[in-house]
Write a protein that binds this ligand. Structure first.
Ligand SMILES: [Zn+2]
Length: 250
């Protein structure tokens, strides 16, 4: 979804001006590994809670399915924490970074963060292997507004990091968002869930996911509700197993 205008703006900008950390505005050293974040800001990002704690929160959202052992998601992994309850500067900085990724037309920030996310997943959870990566879909109208789907950019980065280990395909048309719905903010938790169940559906290439082990990729995981309905649609399409990987846990 990266358009030519965005790409050329980014490349012109990087040639004309020294690169600055998007969080603290310090000039980035030459040949620094990141085009966006300085080492000090990066080192301050707090880690997300372990998968077990994230899963405990998720199971509480769906107690009946959990009891019947019918949750569509096997595991949820997240790399960093951006929890509001954390007063730490690093958590505030991660919230800001996610905001930049979503609303400031920085698709290559998404790819870079995705590569970090994929390398971390490979290093820590290498025993979980996948056949396909699927970004959490954004409605096409919203993707047009933003210029891209940030989850898809993350997914591209994750794929590049994981390509060293095995051949893994990215699937962007196996699930989709059906309607441009009311902003989720105006709905209570139950309405929000019902709403999601109706809008995250199989896409035109859903068949491609049959029998596959899937890793869903998103920018933020809060309670796991969105990931749950994406995983449900993937399972309905015949996916053998679904885990999820998020950049940040809210
Ligand atoms: Zn910085």
């Amino acid at each position: 979804m990266r358009d030519a205008a965005t790409a050329s703006y980014e490349s012109i900008f990087s040639v004309l001006a020294p690169r600055h950390c998007v969080l603290c505005q310090q000039v980035l050293p030459e040949k620094h590994w990141s085009s966006f974040v300085c080492q000090a800001c990066f080192d301050a990002f707090p880690p997300a809670p372990p998968s077990e704690s994230i899963m405990a929160v998720y199971r509480k959202q769906f107690p009946a399915e959990s009891l019947r052992n019918e949750l569509p998601l096997g595991r949820i992994f997240a790399r960093f924490s951006m929890a509001e309850s954390l007063e730490e500067q690093g958590a505030t900085a991660m919230r800001h970074l996610v905001h930049l990724l979503k609303y400031h037309r920085l698709p290559s920030l998404g790819v870079e963060l995705g590569a970090i996310l994929g390398a971390w997943q490979m290093a820590h959870e290498a025993h979980h292997s996948y056949d396909a990566l699927v970004p959490v879909p954004l409605h096409s109208a919203r993707a047009r507004e933003r210029g891209y789907n940030q989850a898809e950019m993350l997914c591209n980065g994750v794929a590049s990091a994981m390509a060293h280990g095995s051949v893994i395909c990215r699937e962007t048309n196996v699930i989709r968002r059906r309607n441009y719905t009311l902003s989720q903010t105006f709905l209570n938790a139950k309405e929000r869930a019902t709403n999601l169940h109706n809008v995250i559906v199989r896409g035109k290439e859903a068949e491609r996911i049959r029998g596959k082990r899937v890793l869903l990729v998103d920018d933020v995981c809060t309670t796991g509700t969105t990931l749950h309905y994406c995983a449900l649609a993937l399972k309905e399409a015949g996916a053998a197993h679904v885990d999820a990987l998020a950049l940040a846990k809210a």
